[in-house]
Design a protein around this ligand. Sequence first.
Ligand SMILES: [Zn+2]
Length: 438
Amino acid sequence: MTIYHVAVDSTDSATLGMCTTYLGAVLLDRLSELPMELLSPPELVRLNPNVPWKTRGNGAFCLRYEGEEGLLDEILFIAENVIWDLSVFEDPQTNPGLVILKGQVPTSFRDIYHRALHEILDLDAVKEVGNSANAFMKGWKNERGLIGALAAVGADLSLHTYEAMLYRPAAVKDRKRQVDAKTLREASKRYPSTFFNVDAAGNPVCIPHSPCPVILGIRGIDPSDTLEASRMVKADGIERWVLWKTNQHTDAHIEYVKDLTSLRPFSSISTEVTISSPPVYREGGHLFFDVIDPQGNTATCAAYEPTKGFRKNLTALAPGDKLRVWGSVRSEDVPGITINLEKVEVRELAILKTLSNPRCPKCGGPTESMGRDQGLRCKRCGFRGAGMEPVENIMEREVKPGLIEPPPDAWRHLFRPSCLPANKEREYAGSWWGSGAP
Ligand SMILES: [Zn+2]
């Protein structure tokens, strides 16, 4: 018996439709004709969300099989055909890559996976890693999809969630889906281990509005619950479904760095800082404040308009507050380094003081200033003199220590919300994909 890893990336288009995961769903179906079995759940692998030329969610997939020797040519034939049939070649950002590896995954592939979450990788360097492991690689157009495909083969999903995705035929390009929102709300309630279904007002957030084949995706931490929840949702025109195991919502893209000198553009980081300027709104409704690390290095933190209420909760922060921040590093927006905030933990609030006039030491009456450097006078008895110093008051803060997160509709694919419990392996013996409704 032989193990085959089959991975694909960069086949879809943000504007013209398709979804690489749909191509994966079709490939699962077509590869089931061969004498081999899925060795593990189909894997949906999100990579660096800051790659400038990503197609949609920068998602690749990997299917891992165990089967007879000598199937490589047949796998190849089927996979190439599916890619030819479904990829959106006319989009300049779409540059498909197919990687097939036989046998165990080498550590060099694991390294590529981890680097592909944080960096912009060089195609030739990635091809060299593939060649040294005798992987089959086929790229189309500029072949950049080979990077994501090889990274997907090397994916480490020890931290993971699941997503049950329902698909319609690729030919359907309607931006609107016929989904019964009431059944979605019910499913969300019945299966609390699922998340990202509806927002606080009960409006669906798991239904795309693009011309792609995805009708909806139910995300969750338990495979059975996730699939069952997707079964409860009434939707028209379901052609097929897949229950993906994925690195979504695990913070896999975050590098924990010790200070602000380690920030590189296009990476995503978490580090501890102190606020050095009050939060201010600038043009476009974006919120900015400056931060400083213990070594005196500085950066600007930004919360952009689409994060909505997240910004409002951050406006209560003040210079001196100690934070842990999570976010992606940008350098093009403003001079210097900007951290595009994904979430913030308030670790320690600064003590903010205001000054107020004391009561009169003689009669207890209110006091008033007599002008600059002229001291204070009692308004009631006219007393002036000793003991009339301004009093320091500690300000009540409108923010408490703890996490500040954006609402679900502003979450990125890899963002880990604090509502998710610790990761653990969960039992599941059902199917991972199928035709028609799940
Ligand atoms: Zn007085």
